[in-house]
Design a protein around this ligand. Sequence first.
Ligand code: SF4
Ligand code: SF4
Length: 224
Amino acid sequence: MSKSSGCLEWDEGAKQLLSATCRNCPEPHFQRRAPRLPHIGCCAYEPVFTLFEIYRMIEAGQTDFFLNQVYRHPDNTVCEYEIIVGARIDSLFYEKQAGEDEAPAERYHRLLQSPRTIYQATDERLAYAVCQFFEDGRGCGLDPRFKTGICRSFICTSIEDQLSVAERKQLADWQRVIREEGEPFHRREQANLEKRGWTLLDHVESIILYFTELAQVKKADLHR
Ligand code: SF4
Ligand code: SF4
């Protein structure tokens, strides 16, 4: 079931916000640096899967997807309790353009050297990045149940500026629903895993088994 509010659409099943405005992204911050780069809006991004999204994959019986396309993907970074999904970086990032002193990659490394310009370095790299789940002509190719809270809730200022006061309030309510679903789960389960001394780095099989049992208990409770 979906509901609309102004140019926003709320997908109740996947608990995600969508907007037709995204088909022709007007947001200045996400315009591409070169004509040959695809127009992907804010999917120039590296989502971070928390324990909530990982649990959702296992609960949905998609453990192979989690292991092979998320956990073992060579571009992803596995941390103790989350996984950073590495973006595909266009080759233009490494090429010095006519009239420029340095390639974007060199600029990126220079900006990384100072704490005052680190955020500019991130922008420089993401200007040439495409989320690995983005599909040309289709948009997000990831099962919406596994999308991160940020991917399901992010709405830029170009869209917010089009909303009435009532629509902004509705937006804030939907964003709260998304936060309240995933964040407490992640905090609670991180604490549970810490008590057991488990991390995604060293105990992924045990965590998969634990989440499988958690999903079975949840299913049994629903049928009671
Ligand atoms: S949310 Fe905003 S920045 Fe992202 S694709 Fe839509 S219009 Fe562009
Ligand atoms: S997971 Fe989907 S919505 Fe999120 S950045 Fe990637 S392509 Fe975009």
